[in-house]
Design a protein around this ligand. Structure first.
Ligand code: HEC
Length: 165
């Protein structure tokens, strides 16, 4: 009976694996480019920095990854645009990147996620983006609060007035 159950479980597991493709494997630190590609895919960078990535569940050609977005993200901080990292990384050394990655950035960039990443992971992201090469256009410039912009925007709700949840 145990054997039957084990067999049935095994069958179920292999069906699940087939339906979703093989389970992803984290590349080793000896292959920084592959590790960086994996981190970019799994830590959310594409969600904002690649147009159409989140709505299509990642079905965007890799050639367009991290080319920035011209849809503004608007809130109490003004309007920010996810930067074109493919262009920007070409102008930065690895040492400059390690420094930049640990400094505050405007919302909704989760800069604290970069701050808390291990050096090896930051270096891997750098290696991947550099290897991917430059592509796309620069994102529109940041607009401070109250300054009108011509692009479409996604507006974040203002925080509730103090004292009211
Ligand atoms: C929720 C959306 C969002 C996510 C997720 C996100 N970013 Fe950003 N990122 C932004 C926005 C918006 C800006 C522009 C901020 C500004 O104008 O100051 C930005 C700016 C940056 C910058 C600064 C560029 C400069 O001007 O120096 C870097 C570097 C960066 N992001 C890297 C990443 C990486 C790497 C990841 C994945 C770990 C990531 N971002 C995830 C939205 C996002």
């Amino acid at each position: 009976m145990f054997r039957t159950a084990a067999l049935a479980l095994g069958l179920f597991a292999s069906t699940a694996a087939l339906a979703n493709g093989p389970a992803p494997v984290r590349p080793p630190e000896t292959d920084l480019v592959a590790l960086g590609r994996y981190l970019v895919k799994t830590s959310g960078c594409n969600d904002c920095h690649t147009p159409g990535y989140a709505p299509s569940a990642g079905a965007v050609p890799e050639a367009q990854w991290l080319t920035g977005d011209a849809v503004g993200l608007q809130g109490p901080w003004g309007t920010t645009y996810p930067s074109n990292l493919r262009q920007q990384f070409q102008q930065m050394s690895e040492a400059q990147w390690l420094q930049r990655a640990r400094q505050p950035m405007r919302p909704p960039m989760p800069w604290f996620a970069l701050r808390d990443m291990a050096d090896t992971d930051l270096k891997a992201i750098y290696a991947y983006v550099r290897a991917a090469g430059p592509a796309g256009q620069a994102a529109p410039a940041y607009a401070p609060p109250g300054v009108a912009v011509r692009t479409p925007v996604v507006a974040f709700p203002s925080p509730p007035p103090a004292g009211k949840p």
